[in-house]
Design a protein. Structure first.
Length: 421
């Protein structure tokens, strides 16, 4: 791995055969698969962060069963050998001339562009949230380092109202806002304060989970745990001094406002495509400003030498690292077909996966395609809570992520071996 100097004193122009915007799960995985297949490729990753996070484990950190420092590695160590890294943020795109510009003014040109900078957390979308976050009972596992405060709150809770929210926007890991709630319920029971506690899940959606197959099993979990569900409740504002959360509630007759008191408030913030994507020619406003790509080929619908995957893409499915696991090989195959001037035949079916933790030692492994049809990886009923899927989530997937996925190595067989050994 070679680090490119991004200081203003260096040349203002760079050219690379393949430029990848984003060095997270999607960018590193695709770069590794590309370089493993052809070491002759000239690949540049543009990524501003010096640290790489395994965010799927932040729910576990918030429940006190995973060390936060184990979710972090230096970005430099994650980028594959043979791939160059420009530590910079992208400001704008000029796809007509096959160029982009960084915030420091560098112009980077390319033959092929892969856009995968992730998703933007819009904390300012909830009035009072930015100022309240990380203190006085307001927490979020989506914030960098925020899960450690979640654990502090849950472990020291003496009873009261615990609210868990889900916004009215697409978010990454759509199961995470309720997973921490089930773990909180277990923690409160273990600490002897559950009888004095009220747990409520407030979702802006019309049901607890988007995929119908898994709604009934999750409703049974709520019933067993005596957790309240409030649908069509979208968090609008926080009054930290009064410890009140204000929700816009959609009803048949319109929208009303409801105020709920809290002692703990876990917030999943509104999210969107990054601003520099929204305002670029690569985006399509009709879909919320995401990178406009074909949902099966992952090729841009207007610029054939541009591809996208992961959270910033317009792919109409759940935004998870598990989805990237299936998207990456399709993109890589089609990119090589594009370079060889062959038809793009690899096709992504919308596979995504959400390991729905329903308590310590219990997980429903929700896997599904674009149509919402279950696509289980194991010969088991995917709607059932299982200890084996907890082991997969807690112990196997973190190792697979760092040691197989980010290195561009096949890992389906490794997962199967570990689960059924």
């Amino acid at each position: 791995m070679t680090v490119i100097d991004a200081s203003p004193s260096v040349s203002q122009s760079l050219h690379h055969q393949v430029v990848i915007v984003g060095g997270g799960s999607a960018g590193v995985t695709v770069a590794a698969q590309l370089i493993n297949r052809s070491s002759a490729l000239d690949i540049l990753i543009i990524e501003p962060s010096a640290e790489h996070y395994y965010q799927p484990a932040w729910t576990l950190v918030g429940a006190g069963c995973f060390a936060y420092d184990k979710t972090i590695q230096a970005e430099e160590k994650c980028i594959p050998a043979g791939v160059k890294w420009l530590q910079a943020a992208v400001e704008s795109f000029n796809p007509e001339d096959n160029q982009l510009q960084t915030r420091s003014g560098q112009i980077v040109s390319y033959e092929v562009l892969i856009v995968c900078p992730g998703i933007q957390l819009d904390w300012q979308g909830v009035e009072g949230l930015e100022a309240a976050l990380g203190k006085n009972g307001v927490c979020s596992n989506y914030a960098i380092g925020g899960a450690t405060y979640t654990w502090e709150l849950l472990n020291n809770f003496q009873g009261g109202n615990a609210l868990f929210t889900f916004p009215a926007t697409p978010i990454k890991c759509a199961g995470a806002p309720q997973k921490i709630m089930y773990l909180a319920d277990d923690i409160f029971r273990r600490n002897g304060v559950r009888a004095n506690s009220n747990l409520t899940y407030c979702t802006a959606g019309p049901k607890i989970f988007a995929i119908d197959t898994f709604v009934q099993p999750l409703m049974q979990v709520l019933k067993r745990r005596q957790i309240s569900l409030k649908t069509k409740h979208n968090l609008q504002a926080i009054r930290p001094a009064e410890k009140e959360a204000i929700f816009a509630v959609t009803t048949d007759s319109g929208t009303t406002t409801v105020t709920l008191p809290y002692d703990i408030l876990h917030v999943a913030p509104p999210m969107s495509a990054p601003d520099f994507i929204k305002r670029s020619p690569l985006a399509i406003a009709a879909t919320g400003g995401w990178v406009d790509v074909h949902k099966h080929s992952l090729q841009h619908n207007r610029y054939p030498n541009v591809f996208s995957l992961g959270d910033a893409s317009s792919l109409p499915n759940s935004k998870t690292a598990a989805a990237i696991r299936k998207q990456a090989p399709v993109l890589v195959e089609n990119l090589f077909s594009y370079l060889s001037k062959k038809p793009l035949e690899a096709s992504y079916n919308g596979y995504s996966c959400c390991p729905l933790i329903t308590g310590f030692g219990k997980t429903i492994l929700a896997e599904f395609d674009y149509s919402g049809t279950p696509e289980p990886s194991f010969p088991l009923d995917p709607t059932q809570e299982r200890y084996s899927m907890w082991v997969l989530k807690r112990h196997i997937l973190p190792w697979v992520y760092w040691n197989r996925m980010l290195k561009g190595k096949p890992h389906e067989g490794e997962i199967l071996r570990q689960v059924f050994k």
